[in-house]
Design a protein around this ligand. Structure first.
Ligand SMILES: *[C@@H]1O[C@H](CO)[C@@H](O)[C@H](O)[C@H]1NC(C)=O
Ligand SMILES: *[C@@H]1O[C@H](CO)[C@@H](O)[C@H](O)[C@H]1NC(C)=O
Ligand SMILES: *[C@@H]1O[C@H](CO)[C@@H](O)[C@H](O)[C@H]1NC(C)=O
Length: 115
């Protein structure tokens, strides 16, 4: 699961099935992914389970100031910085992060393995 912007490239370059891409016509489906991306982790987990998500890819600009990342689509526009940076994830675990932290991939934990 990622924001729809990256779906086409993930399919083509990563050979992975995506939840939404630039050819997704179902706006409710796009909105459901947007809701998962902007919800608290426990609420997002329920949505991700319902969509059968294994991995989540986010584009993060907080280290480099890359201005078209998933959060800055909101934060750069408002000119503010997120308050809570000390985040401990319960239902997701980091799977991969690129050198400048722009692409971050998280694995969705199966129900039995989370604590
Ligand atoms: C893409 O993934 C499928 C399913 O895992 C696999 O069968 C196929 O060989 C892969 N294709 C490439 C080009 O890696
Ligand atoms: C989706 O994006 C790709 C890559 O930019 C493009 O080739 C393709 O035509 C787009 N598909 C649609 C339906 O817009
Ligand atoms: C559209 O997406 C919603 C949310 O994922 C889903 O419940 C619904 O079945 C989809 N509709 C169609 C026609 O695929």
């Amino acid at each position: 699961m990622s924001w729809w912007d990256y779906g086409y490239q993930i399919t083509a370059m990563g050979n992975r099935t995506v939840i939404v891409d630039n050819n997704t016509w179902n706006n409710t489906h796009i909105a459901t992914v947007g809701r998962a991306m902007s919800s608290y982790e426990d609420e997002a987990y329920e949505i991700m389970r319902s969509l059968d998500v294994d991995y989540v890819l986010v584009v993060f600009g907080g280290v480099t100031g890359y201005s078209s990342d998933d959060i800055n689509k909101y934060d750069r526009a408002r000119g503010v910085e997120i308050g809570n940076k000390d985040i401990k994830l319960e239902y997701l675990e980091e799977a991969f992060t690129t050198q400048n932290w722009i692409v971050r991939i998280y694995k969705v934990k199966p129900p039995k393995n989370r604590w």
